[in-house]
Design a protein. Structure first.
Length: 280
């Protein structure tokens, strides 16, 4: 009988101990939805875009978006080893934010009116343009030069279709599964040009195996304001990120990140856009 009383007391003590531990853990742990200073923060990026968001061997990450995200996370109170980069493909970005899978997304995320209905944006932090990537010795210098040429973009992209519709109706469209395949086709001569955002093209062209082989045509076929996506209604985080971006620009870190990631491609980037001006 005495043994049962001791066991009951011990069990009660154990429950209290576990409850206290769990509560303490909730206070200290941040899975990416807190305001900073927790154990980790989850950030959405691309894994397959050299110069912007690339997962490298050994779970290392590189690119302009990665550098921007790392800087912003630092200003929110996180060290690099507290960041967990999560792959967020284009089609799942809005869902990842609404589900709370990530705190914010920096992944060539163009600000559009349609997207602003579903998420909030900080930034913009880069103004890109749709452009063409061609071989260094190519005679393609304007859109109409694509008539009769093979133009590559990824399957499902509207970039090449817009060029054919509005600029070069006699261009021959070639759709590949990835931009890597398009770039390889450009190198081999299977296609004459590749089209998408100039920042993405510059990132590929800056890779060691392609340095000096390609050039951007500089056509500026569209304006793409890249923003940092945040869950709809989280204005506090938007404000904090905007302040971090302003600091990144003012202290020279933004310029350094551009040069580090796009410099080898001779990318003529636009100046840093006005932070907080989230027009489409």
């Amino acid at each position: 009988m005495k043994l049962r009383k001791v066991s009951a007391a011990a069990a009660a003590a154990l429950v209290l101990s576990l409850t206290a531990t769990a509560c303490g853990g909730d206070d200290d742990k941040d899975s990416g939805s807190g305001s900073g200073g927790g154990d980790t923060i989850k950030i959405g990026i691309k894994y397959d875009q050299p110069g912007l968001g690339l997962k490298e061997p050994g779970d290392k990450f590189s690119g302009f978006d990665v550098d921007v995200a790392t800087y912003v996370a630092k200003e929110l109170g996180y060290k690099p080893d507290q960041i967990e980069f999560v792959e967020t493909k284009s089609a799942d970005r809005e869902n990842a934010l609404s589900r709370g899978d990530v705190k914010f997304i920096a992944a060539t995320y163009s600000i559009t009116d349609e997207r602003k209905q579903k998420v909030d944006f900080a930034g913009p932090y880069l103004l890109a343009h749709q452009d063409l990537l061609v071989k260094k010795d190519s005679d393609i210098s304007k859109g109409t030069d694509l008539n009769g040429k093979k133009l590559c973009s990824v399957t499902g992209s509207t970039s090449a279709q817009n060029v054919k519709k509005d600029i070069a109706p006699k261009a021959q469209l070639k759709e590949y599964g990835t931009y890597s395949e398009c770039i390889a086709g450009l190198q081999s001569g299977a296609v004459d040009a590749v089209t998408t955002d100039d920042s993405i093209l510059a990132g590929f062209a800056a890779q060691d195996q392609y340095k000096g082989q390609f050039k951007l045509a500089g056509l500026k076929l569209s304006n793409e304001n890249y923003g940092i996506g945040v869950k709809k209604g989280d204005t506090a985080t938007v404000d904090k990120i905007n302040k971090a971006l302003e600091k990144m620009v003012s202290d020279g870190s933004w310029d350094k990140a551009v040069q580090d990631n796009f410099g080898p491609a001779d990318y003529k980037n636009e100046p840093a856009p006005k932070i907080g001006d989230i027009k489409s």
